[in-house]
Design a binder for this molecule. Sequence first.
Ligand code: NAD
Ligand code: TYD
Length: 343
Amino acid sequence: MPTLLVTGGAGFIGSHLVRYWLKVHPDWKVIVYDKLTYAGSLDNIRDLQCDRRLTFVKGDIADRDRLEPVFQESDLIVNLAAETHVDRSLMEPEAFLRTDLIGLCVLLKLLRQHPDKKLIHVSTDEVYGTVECGRADEDAALRPTSPYSASKAGADLLALAYYKSFGVPVIITRCCNNFGPYQYPEKFLPLMITNALLDLPLPIYGDGRQIREWIYVEDHCRALDHIGQRGEIGETYNIATGYERENIEMARRILQILNKPESLLRFVADRPGHDRRYALNWTKLAKLGWSPLFSLDDALQRTVDFYVRNREWWMKIRTSREFQTYYEANYGWRFDDSSSAVV
Ligand code: NAD
Ligand code: TYD
């Protein structure tokens, strides 16, 4: 049986990729290798626990000795293990460098030793920095502006260096902002949705007119599968949709769907170095025959429905010590016993 290794498979996108793969490729085994940081949880793949094709191994991608036997067992590796929150990277960049950059270095060295495998390294549109006008294609300059995107950009360059020097079978993907079920509620959309469900203010950074391009997480997973099958080794592929929206518009839309008042919107201090706009040119991927299936409206509705129906999943996170300490220390929120917060 061919085997897919998903590093970071207990996180948001990773858990969806595992679910998607087991459904679409009945003849494959899947191994999840994950450190289970604050952002990863077996709760995210609990619905798959009875599937005998799925194995879980707890481990750090920067730990070569632990990773190697798992790596050897697999045919295709999709690297989704990362520290991912820009705001945290501004406060504690070291973990980002260790996982996002050194972790990939460990994977690349293993790949060099085992060139019969293929690695898809999942990167982000944030490596291009802010895109004032037009759309960044894969050859655009990398101008990262946060420790998160700087670590990701460094990793991309390292992957390309390994390809150029040793011909290792690696493909890089750069995707726009994902959303959907099981996204940790520190990220913009799940934070807005869960705050609205708790009747708490929705913190909008700066003027709220920053633009992000949005993709439903399942479309991202389909793109990774597509690129795994049809993409060329050594190439980079942007993954995007054209669904560009201002943050304030997305927040308003969520309030509308939940039938909550706009008085919940709260403009707060801007993020340092906040990128104004991300926008990708994804013609190269479209030429391989991929396009998004979900409309923005449909995907938003599905996402909100998930958070409405799965309160237990996100309340477990929001009442955790990790979540509350982070918001108390950095944003001055106060939590009471029922986990309501004052922003
Ligand atoms: P996430 O934070 O939800 O999940 C990351 C997962 O990696 C968690 O399960 C965590 O436990 C695990 N992890 C962290 N450090 C690890 C380590 N050292 N070893 C092993 N596992 C470790 O992140 P996500 O949103 O699912 O993002 C996954 C990848 O996709 C990241 O590389 C990110 O840069 C990229 N990406 C994300 C988006 C987005 O909008 N979420 C967009 C483009 C690209
Ligand atoms: P985020 O989900 O952190 O993704 P990224 O910064 O990686 O694109 O944020 C998405 C956008 O939402 C970004 O412009 C910052 C903004 N934002 C807020 O306005 N308020 C918030 O509380 C958060 C977390 C983000």
